[in-house]
Design a protein around this ligand. Structure first.
Ligand SMILES: NC(=O)c1ccc[n+]([C@@H]2O[C@H](COP(=O)([O-])OP(=O)(O)OC[C@H]3O[C@@H](n4cnc5c(N)ncnc54)[C@H](OP(=O)(O)O)[C@@H]3O)[C@@H](O)[C@H]2O)c1
Length: 194
């Protein structure tokens, strides 16, 4: 059984971006120490075209070999002319409107999203599935999430895009590792309480 992990950047008040979802305010916190953490532990979460720019392209996948993102998040890459933003993993994009995949490495998942994710989780393998976001997709998959890795940036948005675009429901998680960095970012790992 492989884990589905929602690995997500958010503000102190839990928003993953401004009201439109834009998360670029968080990028300015990336410094040497924080980049070293990504390189050592989560290199595969850095998009392929960015890895090439910062010399991370040869790093092996550490936690994930599969990524799933919502169509709106995938659109951000498409707008930059990138059709396979995580070419170093198997890529899935949830969409009911995209009928044809723009890239051979990207599989579109339509109406049977939860069933497809359950199939992926049931596969053998040591590496897990990176739930990349955004909010709507995380809301659709909230009951399937096994682990949360929440990168809290030292900013308050007041309002914005919530971590989960889902209805009110209380789901308990158990706190695991907590890491803090000189740039004020705190990374908390939680596992679903079973
Ligand atoms: N802070 C972070 O770390 C982080 C990470 C990722 C993304 N983001 C931000 O999140 C924003 C996008 O989030 P979002 O909530 O607007 O959109 P999203 O979750 O990325 O994508 C939503 C789309 O996914 C598809 N989808 C959702 N549920 C589905 C289901 N059950 N079955 C099939 N397809 C489904 C639909 O595509 P169709 O309309 O094509 O059917 C839907 O419109 C971006 O602005 C991005 O910057 C932030």
């Amino acid at each position: 059984m492989r884990k589905l992990t929602y690995f997500i950047a958010c503000s102190i008040d839990g928003f993953i971006g401004d009201p439109s979802g834009d998360a670029t305010e968080m990028v300015r916190f990336v410094d040497e120490g924080y980049s070293a953490f990504f390189a050592a532990e989560y290199p595969e979460t850095v998009p392929t075209h960015v890895r090439h720019l910062i010399g991370m392209e040869d790093l092996p996948n550490k936690r994930f070999d599969t990524v799933i993102q919502g169509r709106a998040s995938y659109d951000l890459a498409l707008k930059e002319g990138v059709t396979s933003p995580y070419a170093h993993m198997r890529e899935y994009v949830a969409s009911r409107t995209l009928t044809e995949s723009p890239d051979p490495n990207v599989e579109i998942v339509g109406d049977d999203l939860v069933a497809r994710v359950r199939e992926l989780k049931a596969e053998d393998g040591d590496l897990g599935i990176y739930l990349c976001g955004g909010s709507q997709l995380a809301g659709a998959l909230v009951d399937e999430i096994d682990e949360l890795v929440i990168k809290s940036y030292p900013i308050v948005y007041g309002t914005g895009m919530p971590m989960f675009g889902s209805d009110f429901a209380v789901t308990e998680f158990t706190l695991g590792e907590v890491r803090s960095f000189g740039n004020g970012v705190v990374v908390r790992t939680y596992s679903r309480k079973r």
